[in-house]
Design a protein around this ligand. Structure first.
Ligand code: F6R
Length: 606
């Protein structure tokens, strides 16, 4: 989604803005622009496409120099990607960058048109720029306050006024924005990685607050002009974690970071060999007493919830319902104050997941967020938070975040099963110990990547693909399928292996490769029968299963063998080849692996 940056300080502002925007590229965008205050004038340059296009345009314009400016990467919502629709928007007096959506823009536009304003773009953002201009009477805060009173929706805004040359203003409602503080310089950004190369110190701007970055010093006030003291936070991510570090793509780097991410996430939550999530405020007694569990999330995070469901229901015997966040409210879920609603989100900003969180709170349920980004909206709004310590995930396709989300679900499941008396202390310790063994087995899989490269070479020209599995393997195959389609653009579906014959098998021909995940040994024979059914219809079959299990050549065209641990934990291993197959297929197809088309990293619109 859109990325915002802003800078005030001694450095060359254009360079800082472009550098910082490049660190937000991972969020997904289709155009970019900057506005710089140069010799008491606002100069603006915008370009459709990648940042490189913007850099060329800036050069062609003779460069832009100054010490105060704002910048933006746009992910189109209102109006197609184009130079005109790119941000910043404004005029000679005021210029803005915006992340979010102004819901009442149509009515505001009509009113402004009646006052004589004309519009050149199709964006909702231009309305905010015109409103600021309309209310500006020499006092920026007054103009911001009056504008805020008119606009509805979610927004984060960075604002420049020509008459206030060394100052960037910012305001937000819902959409995230940080204000970072360096030595005599200050920044605004949608996300911490944008500023990590300059400083690790930052403030979280809250909804309804205004930030004023004057002469490189940030200060804050309420909309009523009351000064606010804010807590200065220090990012625990470093620059290296936001760089590719020798890998060709962030996605590959992040796949390799999974063993470390698991260790960092689970180690502090294992005490005397037993899982313990009390740090988040949920005591063993509270955990025991919840009647039902709901998991609500989007995309990959929702798939992590599906693994959580299987594991919790299997060993703790507590009912778990998993919902796609965007649909949660439409089915009028029956939630009671005795229930626990778990929201899973890497970014902690996903609009649909936030909306579900609010609904759960309204209905009186307790809410637990499993979130990667510290201080993000979902983390702050939920009753309890369990942070996944994956470090920044830059690639749009989520890998390591999924891995640590399921690691947290295992901890919850083991503790819950124990406090419910469904497993003994000894069994709980055994399972927890087995969880700590996962990283070393992932390292083994990562040392055999050529298997996955081979499978990718067999899939690269396919147009359609099926993933099948049963039980936990089905939950996992959904994630394998999503990963493949989002970055390779090959159409793929995941199917419960036993369900195929109820319709979908009619699609199976020699042109429909099938990837079967077969790690649950109690379901082995049944799933293999389903593989035979597709094989009999000439599908090419690829099977991900235990290394030690032999699969006949007339069943599998190719087998990817992985190490064996407790079957319950096999998804943590089996997902790695699925991630790698998707990755290599995308590379072979020449796609932009880290920034797949049409996708954004942090989806802040519903
Ligand atoms: C897919 C992917 C998305 C996200 C989804 C939720 O690889 O990354 O499906 O999982 O958009 O995002 P978060 O976890 O930030 O709420």
């Amino acid at each position: 989604m859109c990325g915002i940056v802003g800078y005030v300080g001694a450095r060359d502002c254009t360079e800082v803005l472009l550098n910082s925007l490049s660190k937000l590229e991972y969020r997904g965008y289709d155009s970019a622009g900057i506005a710089v205050l140069e010799n008491d004038e606002i100069r603006t340059c915008k370009a459709q496409g990648r940042l490189a296009n913007l850099e060329v345009k800036i050069k062609q314009a003779g460069g832009m120099s100054g010490h105060c400016g704002i910048g933006h990467t746009r992910w189109a919502t209102h109006g197609e990607p184009s130079d005109i629709n790119s941000h910043p928007h404004g005029n000679a007096i005021v210029s803005i960058v915006h992340n979010g959506i102004i819901e009442n823009y149509k009515i505001l536009k009509e009113r402004l048109e009646k006052k004589g304003y004309t519009f050149i773009s199709q964006t909702d953002t231009e309305i905010v720029a015109k409103l600021l201009d309309h209310y500006y009477n020499g006092d920026p805060i007054e103009a911001i306050r009056k504008t805020e009173a008119k606009i509805e929706g979610s927004y984060a805004l960075g604002i420049l006024f020509r008459d206030f040359p060394n100052t960037v203003y910012a305001m937000r409602n819902d959409s995230p924005l940080i204000v970072a503080k360096g030595d005599g310089e200050a920044f605004i950004a949608s996300d911490v990685p944008a500023v990590l190369q300059y400083t690790k110190e930052y403030y979280l701007l809250e909804s309804g607050e205004i930030a004023i970055l004057k002469d490189g010093v940030p200060s804050f006030m309420t909309l009523d002009g009351e000064p606010i003291e804010k807590e200065l936070l220090v990012a625990n991510w470093d620059m290296e974690s936001a760089e590719k570090g020798g890998y060709e793509h962030f996605m590959l780097k992040e796949i390799h970071e999974q063993p470390t991410a698991i260790k960092t996430t689970i180690t502090p939550r294992i005490i005397d060999g037993m899982p313990n999530i009390e740090e988040c405020g949920v005591t063993p007694e509270m955990l025991r007493d919840f009647s039902n569990i709901f998991v609500v999330a989007c995309g990959t995070a929702m798939h992590a919830g599906l693994v959580g469901k299987y594991v919790i229901e299997k060993i703790a015997r507590v009912s778990v319902t998993v919902d796609v966040a965007s649909e949660f409210r439409y089915r009028s879920p029956i939630i009671s104050p005795n229930d626990l609603v778990i929201l899973v989100s890497q970014s902690g900003e996903t609009a649909d997941t936030r909306a579900a969180l609010r609904l759960a709170k309204e209905q009186g349920a307790k809410t637990l967020a499993i979130v990667n980004v510290k201080g993000s909206s979902i983390a702050r709004e939920a009753d309890f938070v369990l942070y996944t310590h994956a470090g920044p995930e830059i690639s749009v396709a989520s890998t390591k975040a999924y891995m640590v989300q399921i690691a947290v679900f295992y901890l919850i499941a083991f503790e819950l099963a124990y406090v419910k008396g469904k497993i003994s202390e000894e069994e709980c310790c055994r399972l927890t110990k087995e969880l700590t063994n996962v990283p070393k087995f992932i390292d083994v899989i990562l040392s055999q990547k050529d298997n996955c490269q081979y499978v990718a070479s067999q899939l690269v020209n396919s147009e359609n693909l099926l993933y099948i599995g049963r039980g936990l393997d089905y939950a996992l195959s959904m994630e394998g399928s999503l990963k493949l389609k989002e970055i390779s653009y090959i159409h793929s579906e995941s199917y419960a292996a036993g369900e195929l014959k109820h319709g979908t098998i009619s699609l199976v021909t020699e042109h429909m490769p099938v990837i079967a995940v077969v790690t649950q040994r109690d379901l082995f024979d049944k799933t293999i029968s389903n593989v035979k059914e597709v094989k009999a219809r000439h599908a090419k079959t690829f099977i991900v299963t235990h290394q030690y299990i032999n699969i006949d050549n007339d069943v599998a065209d190719y087998k990817i063998g992985i190490p064996t641990i407790d079957d319950l934990l096999m998804p943590m291993l089996a997902v790695v080849p699925l991630q790698l197959i998707a990755y290599y297929t995308s590379v072979l197809r020449g796609n932009d692996v880290d920034k797949p088309r049409n996708l954004a990293k942090s989806v802040t619109v519903e």
